[in-house]
Design a protein. Structure first.
Length: 215
């Protein structure tokens, strides 16, 4: 009888230790992740056909049917890609979530002589992407990871060209492949990611990790 009781106690102790090991990552690692990032707009620029390479370009044009129309130069500029994301850790190494991004691209035409603005064209690209993350180094203050986001992109474009004003929408699928990402910090942290897609080759920013009261 004593032997049976001793065996049961050992089994219960082993089960308790195993349960503690299973839950240990929940006790030491944060599960909720909110982050804000800024990345280069290479893919939106490429997708919309805006000028690549430099922020300012000079483009002289004359309407073929208007011999007395003004020469113009075009200033091309864009915003960085701005992203806001949330992810939830469902396993020590696996996260799921979603990311929303915005990029603005603008062409502004000026009269070459008077420098007066003639007209402008713009694209506003917004994406909503479900995301997964695979964290392959999980320390208290350092996390290394890779990830993939794929979702819906909406392009709202507008032109106020004289006598030909229009607004339209385009849409399609875009992605972000994160080859390597690192974030450093416990609750508030900074991060840098290297990859390819709507968020750019390099995406960096800050975030906040936390656990809910009920773990």
């Amino acid at each position: 009888m004593k032997r049976a009781i001793l065996i049961l106690m050992m089994v219960f102790l082993g089960w308790s230790l195993s349960a503690q090991d299973t839950l240990s990552w929940k006790q030491t690692l944060q599960r909720h992740d909110i982050q804000i990032g800024i990345g280069d707009p290479f893919l939106p620029v490429l997708a919309t056909g805006h000028y690549l390479g430099i922020y300012w370009d000079y483009y002289y044009e004359r309407n073929a049917t208007d011999w007395f129309g003004p020469d113009a130069y075009k200033c091309v500029y864009w915003t960085p890609n701005i992203s806001v994301g949330y992810k939830y850790r469902i396993a020590k190494w696996f996260w799921i979530g979603a990311t929303v991004t915005y990029t603005g691209l603008f062409d502004v035409y000026h009269d070459r002589i008077t420098n007066k603005k003639i007209y402008s064209e713009s694209d506003h690209i917004i994406t909503i992407m479900p995301s997964v993350r695979f964290s392959w180094l999980n320390k208290k203050y350092v996390t290394l990871y890779s990830g993939l986001s794929l979702g819906y992109a909406l392009d709202i474009y507008h032109s106020n060209y004289p006598d030909l004003r229009y607004t339209g929408c385009g849409h399609g699928a875009l992605l972000q492949l994160t080859a390597v990402g690192v974030h450093v910090g416990r609750e508030w942290y900074g991060f840098t990611e290297i990859g390819f897609g709507i968020q750019g080759f390099i995406n960096a920013g800050f975030g906040y990790n936390f656990n809910s009261k009920k773990k």
